[in-house]
Ligand binder design. Structure first.
Ligand code: GCU
Length: 675
């Protein structure tokens, strides 16, 4: 028993210690273990761009790592203070944590898949490392994070220098005034817990990978420096225009933008707010998937210079057509999650994205939907070089709290940071502000705000959102078509045909004729606000079980009839805009063959039936089937088949291709794809 071994003097110390702690807590009317958040500044809204041309100290590599399931490490909490690296001065100093003998962890990368016991962990962790810096160089030093999931507080030499809520997007802090020459103590607290007010909420069909999931670096700039710049090709295909954001420069300072390869440069000046606008003529080889031409672009002021390799192209919609560089184009695409092939956890490197997008290219795609959140900066850079068009999106997913101001602030921050990071990426042609959100007035107001934010930051790309149909109305409609076709088919049993006859009788004059086509119409008012009307539909997969439950007809009959009906379905929207199928698909365990769901054969048959639907639908100008690769998802527990992975991939987590991979590749090589 613990107490028997405690000597009276230690016992006395223990009681005194706890009493003083409780008294202290009573003074501050907080429990001694209260989870205290510290005050720390939010990072600047202006995203530091063009970082790969900067002089940086990479802070990637091995860090020390502590798990804090009761959030006791926050400074001010009873056992808190983990925000500084301390070692006991002698054997009498009582510490409740130590980085010295903590675990090692790789940065970047999620923590969930670096420790088996943390795979499902959704709470607080602490990262720690030291670094030296040569402070003889004048200028400013900025701690730059490619992204951290989900709530992050950064401490440098014991000072809370930044707090960021929201994963996936970059943020940086000027830490010049906190730096030491040697042994800078950098500690980062990250919590990947999500709830009803976060963005996304705790309900997602992807893994809540947490931690320092992206690159970390210390960026050096002059005292007066260039923060970011947007460089775009105008619709006339011969004018380059944009603006340069600076810090510490007064009005009238000269800024030069140049493209050495074509010996063109333009001179401009900063205005009162430090912004320098420019517009100049240039004869450029336009970027496209078949010709991913990139130019070195240099931007210089008296004190600073940045550079990047940029493609120049235009993207526009007119009526129900999409135009790239003035030519009609169809988006032959595939959806992805940010997971590497053959390694567990998040994708975080250029090599990861080259491999993932390289496999997508094997399908013959010209387009990738990078679902459902901003990927690392390496994704769009890889797509620029590989000639892939990209849809990038923010995680406004399913059941967002539309009426919480802090939720809106975080959502707007996600949009602003993503756009400012990638607004020069030729590959990025679509910004998406939502996925499968049901209609309500608060939802419309929230998304309208995000769409306005996007267009104010960058009006050169298309705006979209992956919409849901009016599923209940559609399904009632589908049932009558299934009944009409079922009565003339030899698939249903006599009992089932009697049920179908009752459905037809109940439909009366509205009963469809056998073999008539079924037109599905998207009418979501959000269609008015976007450029591309995108729609997630799962004909051949989800609806069948619901219809079987509702009608008492077997799911097998419904599925087989559905696959027969799909070629008679047309998809359209109530808006004179291009339509885009942002998701369709079916699950399959790689290697499982034969009849029935979750086989490769069934998945391939759903794809074949989907292609007939899409080929019947002239408004549809693109699609990104769900999904390239099987991915981790807590929603998908079916033992022996899913094992907490969503298996709608065309390849499994190790890159093993399923039959449907080849079915999609052949379709894209055909007429529809070649349009
Ligand atoms: C939804 C959702 C995806 C999800 C997919 C599925 O449409 O957008 O995030 O993974 O369907 O059910 O597999």
């Amino acid at each position: 028993m613990f107490l028997r071994r405690v000597t009276p003097s230690v016992f006395l110390i223990l009681i005194t210690f706890l009493c003083s702690a409780v008294l202290a807590a009573e003074d501050s009317d907080q429990s001694p273990f209260a989870v205290l958040s510290v005050d720390a500044p939010r990072p600047s809204q202006h995203v530091m761009g063009w970082v790969d041309s900067r002089e940086v100290l990479s802070l990637n590599g091995s860090w020390k790592f502590l798990v804090d399931p009761m959030q006791v490490g926050t400074p001010g909490s009873l056992f808190g203070g983990w925000a500084t690296t301390r070692v006991p001065e002698d054997e009498y100093q009582l510490l409740e944590y130590s980085y010295a003998n903590a675990a090692d962890i790789r940065v970047p990368g999620d923590f969930n898949t670096q420790f088996d016991e943390l795979l499902y962990y959704r709470d607080t962790v602490w990262y720690q490392r030291h670094f030296d810096i040569d402070l003889s160089k004048q200028g400013r030093y900025h701690l730059w994070f490619g992204g951290a999931n989900y709530k992050t507080t950064v401490y440098l030499n014991g000072q809370a220098v930044a707090h960021q809520s929201g994963g996936y997007v970059p943020f940086s802090i000027d830490v010049t005034d906190y730096l030491l020459l040697k042994d800078n103590d950098l500690i980062v607290q990250v919590n990947n817990r999500l709830d009803a007010d976060t963005v996304p909420t705790e309900r997602t069909d992807w893994w809540p990978y947490g931690g320092l999931t992206r690159d970390v670096m210390l960026v050096h700039t002059p005292e007066a420096y260039i923060v970011n710049a947007s460089v775009q090709l105008d619709d006339d295909l011969s004018t380059v225009a944009g603006h340069v954001q600076t810090y510490g420069m007064s009005a009238g300072e000269e800024v030069v933008i140049s493209l050495p390869e074509i010996d063109v440069s333009a001179i401009t000046q900063t205005d009162d707010s430090g912004v320098a606008r420019f517009k100049f003529e240039a004869s450029l080889d336009q970027w496209s998937p078949s010709n991913p031409k990139l130019y070195e672009v240099q931007i210089a002021s008296d004190s600073d210079q940045i550079s990047d390799r940029l493609g120049f192209r235009t993207i526009a919609v007119e009526g129900t057509q999409i135009f790239l560089n003035g030519e009609p184009i169809r988006f032959r695409g595939i959806s992805t999650h940010e997971e590497p092939i053959g390694r567990d956890g998040v994708a975080y490197s250029r090599a990861d994205m080259d491999a993932l997008f390289g496999e997508a290219k094997q399908l013959g795609v010209n387009f990738v939907r990078a679902a459902h959140y901003p990927y690392s900066r390496h994704a769009a850079k890889a797509a620029d070089e590989m000639g892939l068009l990209l849809w990038e999106e923010v995680p406004i997913y399913w059941n967002i709290n539309w009426e919480n101001p802090e939720t809106l602030r975080i959502a707007r921050d996600q949009v602003a940071r993503l756009v400012q990071r990638d607004w020069n990426r030729a590959s990025v042609v679509v910004w998406s502000v939502a996925n499968e959100t049901t209609y309500s007035e608060p939802r419309m107001a929230f998304l309208n705000r995000l769409i306005q934010d996007v267009r104010e930051l960058d009006d050169t790309r298309l705006v979209s959102a992956a919409l849901l149909g009016d599923t209940r109305r559609e399904l009632q409609h589908v049932v009558t078509y299934l009944a009409a076709n079922g009565l003339a088919s030899d698939i249903p049993s006599d009992r089932e045909k009697r049920i179908f006859q009752q459905v037809i009788n109940a439909a009366g004059d509205n009963a469809p004729r056998r073999n008539s086509s079924f037109n599905l119409l998207i009418t979501d008012p959000l269609g008015e606000l976007v450029d591309l009307v995108s729609y997630n539909e799962y004909f051949g997969w989800y609806y069948s079980r619901f219809i079987a439950d509702q009608t008492g007809v077997s799911e097998r009959t419904i599925r087989l009839l559905m696959l027969e009906l799909m070629p008679k379905v047309t998809l359209a929207s109530a808006f004179d805009k291009p339509m885009f199928i942002s998701e369709f698909g079916a699950g399959a365990k790689a290697g499982k063959r034969g009849e029935g769901v979750r086989t490769e054969d069934y998945q391939a048959n759903v794809y074949r039936a989907q292609f007939e639907m899409i080929a019947n639908s002239p408004q549809v100008q693109g699609m990104t089937p769900w999904i390239l690769k099987d991915f981790r998802a807590m929603l998908r527990s079916l033992g022996g088949v899913q094992d907490f992975r969503n298996r709608k991939g065309l390849i499994d987590e190790n890159g093993r291709r399923k039959q449907a991979f080849y079915v999609l590749r052949d379709f894209y090589a055909g007429d529809w794809g070649r349009q």
